[in-house]
Design a protein around this ligand. Structure first.
Ligand code: NAI
Length: 467
């Protein structure tokens, strides 16, 4: 075995900490440098706290709708401080767990801001001053930060970024959400469930640009039912405050308007973060969108400097960053590894939830691939009925010639869990027939996946399909 390499990982989010642990497992010497908290955006101010609060909102909603099941709950109350404390407890357990894992794997952990000062050196400024680390390899995993638009600087009081929205001291009466993408819809719908009136301003012609329009239609319909107002082709221009009331000026196709609210949440996207990282000292440059170009082994132009996670390109998703971390670790340890995946699943915790993996029908059409599509509605699923969640469907897109599954899109109950089967199918080159022939336990939601796969050949049993 060759001598262990000295690796400095910059950033302890789901890309960086996963890379560090795998490097240690493969016998390398690792130092992780983090300027904020271990766990990064995902664990501290992103995926985990948002899913905790969304779960609470969904529970509150279920309780208030349980009368159809003969359950009447009276005097249901929400204690915001306790809710936030519960959420922080989950974050604390997870970040503590990651810190423990790093320690058990003998990864050194340095709190401070890292700056690359040469191909083999990283300067760290911490509360006790500066120190320089020598490195055989450097892994950049600095993540991304929320984009600010003119007129809506984040003060986390009147104008929340997702960070402020995940640590509320009250539930706003009326919240205006700027941006109808992933975060805007997840948090907007969460606040609706927690009792807010919600208006979403979206610049394009519909919510969740780029996602399967059939699925998005179901979410837009549900928003309407919930009285969440979605204003499309709408741009926020600025706002004025009068006491606690905020007046948001918007430009729509019809002209200019003002919306009164008591909270603004701006979620217009995130951008990769590399400010002050010293990239110029080694001749590295980000592209016009701020990403660091990498090859399939996660190497930047400088062969011993790697980039993983949000800084390394789209999609900016935790699980894609973790995968890249595993690849970079294996490459550094001398293994013949590369980032070679067929698909990256996407999960959106809206109401209902949406999930997708692989190609959509539209994308196949653009690429000139002929497809057969099978679709199964949750309205025909016994399990969905017993959960009182029958909105939505599963759609399987298969190659018309080979029957290979090219993509799966879902909207409905627990689809953020169900998508795992679809990702496995695509990754393993399964056909729609493979899925259709696999026994799926009854009564469960995954049966919808089996039926949609049968539907590809117009053979779904529990819905009538005209041949
Ligand atoms: P996004 O890119 O998903 O959505 C931003 C939205 O804002 C777009 O629909 C865009 O058209 C709109 N927009 C942009 N400028 C605007 C303006 N001036 N006025 C009105 N609308 C405007 O970005 P988002 O929601 O901030 O999420 C950031 C990243 O975080 C995403 O890349 C996503 O991958 C990741 N994320 C993933 C989640 C998950 O996996 N469940 C959950 C939340 C975020």
């Amino acid at each position: 075995m060759s001598a262990p390499r000295n690796v400095v990982v910059i950033g302890a989010g789901p890309a960086g900490y996963v890379c560090a642990i795998r490097l240690a497992q493969l016998g390398q010497k690792v130092t992780v440098v983090e300027k904020a908290q271990v766990g990064g955006t995902c664990l501290n101010i992103g995926c985990i706290p948002s899913k905790a609060l969304i779960a609470a909102g969904s529970l509150l909603e279920r309780i208030s709708h349980a009368d159809a099941m003969g359950i009447t709950a009276e005097g249901v109350k929400l204690d915001v401080a306790k809710l936030v404390e519960w959420k922080s407890g989950i974050v604390g357990k997870l970040t503590g767990g990651v810190a423990g894992l790093l320690k058990n794997h003998k990864c050194a952990y340095l709190e401070g801001t890292a700056k690359i000062t040469g191909q083999n050196s990283v300067e760290v400024t911490g509360k006790d001053g500066k120190q320089t680390l020598k490195a055989d390899d450097i892994v950049i995993a600095t993540g991304s930060i929320p984009i600010e638009i003119p007129g809506f600087a984040f003060d986390e009081k009147q104008v929340w970024s997702s960070t402020g929205a995940l640590a509320p001291d009250r539930i706003p009466k009326h919240i205006v959400v700027i941006g109808g993408g992933y975060i805007g819809l997840e948090l907007g719908l969460m606040y609706q469930k927690l009792g807010s009136q919600v208006t979403v301003l979206e610049a394009t012609g519909g919510a969740l640009p780029g996602q399967d329009r059939d699925c998005v239609k179901v979410i837009e319909r549900s928003m309407k039912k919930r009285k969440v107002k979605l204003m499309t082709e709408t741009f926020a221009q600025g706002f004025e405050a009068k006491g606690d009331q905020l007046f948001v000026r918007v430009k729509t196709k019809q002209g200019e308007d003002t919306i009164e609210c008591d909270q603004i949440l701006s979620t217009v996207g995130r951008r990769p973060y590399s400010a002050g990282l010293g990239l110029e000292s080694v001749g590295l440059k980000t592209d016009e969108r701020g990403f660091l170009p990498v090859d399939k082994q996660m190497r930047t132009k400088v062969p011993n400097i790697y980039a993983i996670g949000d800084i390394a390109g789209q999609p900016m998703l935790a699980h894609k960053g973790s995968k890249e971390g595993l690849v970079a670790a294996a490459v550094i340890a001398g293994q013949p590894e590369e980032y070679d995946v067929r698909c990256v699943p996407a999960v959106i915790f809206t109401a209902p939830e949406m999930a997708a993996v692989g190609l959509t029908e539209d994308e196949c059409a653009e690429k000139g691939i002929a497809v057969h599509v099978g679709k199964f509605p949750f309205a025909a699923s016994g399990r969905a009925m017993s959960l009182m969640e029958t909105e939505g469907f599963v759609k399987v897109v298969a190659d018309a010639k080979t029957d290979e599954v090219l993509g799966v899109q879902m909207v409905g109950p627990e689809v953020t869990e169900l998508i795992a089967e679809a990702a496995l199918a695509i990754e393993m080159g399964a056909t729609a027939e493979d899925i259709a022939r696999t026994i799926h336990a009854h009564p469960t939601l995954p049966e919808a996946m089996m039926e949609a796969a049968e539907g590809v050949h117009t053979m779904a049993v529990h819905i009538y399909q005209k041949k």
